[in-house]
Design a protein around this ligand. Structure first.
Ligand code: IMO
Ligand code: MG
Length: 429
């Protein structure tokens, strides 16, 4: 039986999961998404053509690869259809797409609710992507959500009517404009007809594929510190982007998991609000943002930037069972004169190496840094780890030593192939 290799974000998202997925995807028969929705975003450039993915697993770009959207994903059908149409317009074959009958659907009232709740948070905004993700997951857990299979059921009309009526009662309290049942019903019936050919029981399908020894790559969205349980609550997303979410979001079982790749950058970034111990809210952060082009693929927002936090990384390894690290943007930190690496938090006069998700404790923590020499020069042509400049090697070896996990992929430039992927470091294997 084959195993599912999983690619996860180790920090606050935007670690460059797409690049690793893209590389591994060419070796996979199946690309799977299990969590989140169109709050995720990654772009891939193939043959001078840029593709931005929010919902469809990007593995679909490889001819013959089956792309599965699992039950744990929340789907905005309008966005999904736009993505399908965009791929078709570029001559890509989308017939290999499969959508879980059990995935929940984002409706316009979820998006309105997301915006309304954010407005009402005043100074305590989460900085959501305003895509309706949180309210959709709320309905899932409240058990009034509408799933893909419901679109094809006789009960759809009544379900939607009840939901719209209940949401409009809430909108009224907040002095928000009501949404129209008729408009939404008509619109979503059209979406249902369009998507029908792709819908199936993906859990059964995945297990069949595993039995046939097919290689499955699961494309994680968001990241560990955005996890509803293990992240910096409440400044998190509304799902479990950690390893558990991959299981519940697809129906694979714990034994089906193979490699767990933790994607990280050689520095750190965060979008939206919430504590961020190694943030450099100053000219250093500005410089990293410019050098690393840290602007959102989904919302275009400038990202907060700072140094790499090994306390948090060790936590991500612990929570997810990461078996190998994938580090992007080594070239970017190499452009700095000095690089700092956070190896502990200082809190109440003590040095601490255990990560905490407690907001007050995080806000009370200051980073303890080790300093490394930068100025790696251009490393974009290097494809063997041992050819990296000494300063770069020192930096990555310290990271591996600290977390006890090998870095098997190293991004040395923005290009698709600008990556060292030898997995040379065998110390922990
Ligand atoms: P990828 O897959 C970075 C953040 C939002 C906000 C919080 C909650 O590209 O790494 P939500 O709309 O999910 O309710 O917003 O989570 N967030 C992300 N930040 N990358 C992402 O995905 C994110 N998805 C959500 O900025 O702070
Ligand atoms: Mg993102």
């Amino acid at each position: 039986m084959s195993k599912v290799d999983v690619v996860l974000g180790s920090f606050y998202g935007d670690e460059g999961k797409g690049k690793i997925i893209d590389y591994l995807g060419t070796k996979a028969d199946v690309a799977l998404r299990a969590t989140g929705g169109n709050n995720a975003g990654h772009s891939i450039e193939v043959d001078n053509e840029k593709y931005v993915f929010h919902l469809i697993p990007s593995g679909i770009l490889n001819k013959g690869t089956l792309a599965i959207i699992g039950n744990g994903v929340v789907i905005d059908p309008k966005v999904l259809i736009e993505e399908i149409e965009n791929l078709k317009s570029k001559g890509k074959d989308v017939s290999n797409l499969r959508i879980s009958t059990k995935a929940h659907i984002i409706f316009p009232y979820h998006i309105e609710m997301d915006k309304m709740l954010e407005e009402n948070r005043g100074s305590k905004k989460i900085g959501t992507t305003a895509r309706g993700i949180g309210p959709c997951y709320c309905d899932k857990y409240e058990r009034c959500g509408i799933r893909i299979e419901d679109l094809y059921s006789k009960k759809f009309k009544e379900l939607l009517k009840t939901n719209v009526s209940n949401k409009n009662k809430i909108f009224k309290i907040y002095n928000y404009k009501p949404v129209s049942f008729e408009d939404i019903y008509k619109e979503y019936l059209e979406y249902a007809a369009y998507l029908k050919e792709y819908v199936c029981d993906t859990t059964i399908l995945i297990h069949d594929l595993l039995k046939q020894d097919k290689k499955i790559i699961c494309e994680g969205a968001q990241a560990t510190l955005l996890d509803i349980d293990f992240g910096s609550y409440p400044y998190v997303t509304s799902s479990n982007p950690t390893i558990g979410g991959i299981i519940t979001g697809s129906g694979i079982n714990a034994h089906d998991i193979g490699e767990v790749y933790g994607v990280m950058k050689a520095y750190s970034s965060r979008v939206g609000a919430g504590p961020y111990v190694t943030e450099e809210d100053n000219s250093v952060g500005d410089l990293i943002r410019e050098l690393g082009h840290e602007y959102g693929a989904t919302t275009k927002r400038p990202r907060r930037c700072g140094y790499l936090d090994l306390v948090a990384l060790k936590y991500a390894v612990l929570v997810n069972g990461i078996t190998a690290l994938c580090m992007n943007h080594l070239d970017t930190v190499g452009k700095l004169d000095k690089i700092k690496l956070c190896t502990a938090y200082k809190r109440d006069g003590r040095e601490i190496q255990e990560f905490t998700t407690n907001e007050e404790e995080l806000l009370n923590s200051t980073p303890v840094y080790e300093e490394f020499e930068g100025n790696f020069n251009d490393i974009s042509n290097i494809r063997k780890r041992e050819d990296l400049p000494k300063n770069a090697l020192k930096y990555i070896e310290r990271i591996e030593e600290y977390v006890g996990i090998p870095i098997k992929f190293i991004g040395v430039g923005a290009g698709r192939d600008e990556m060292i992927c030898e997995g040379l470091y065998e110390k922990n294997n």
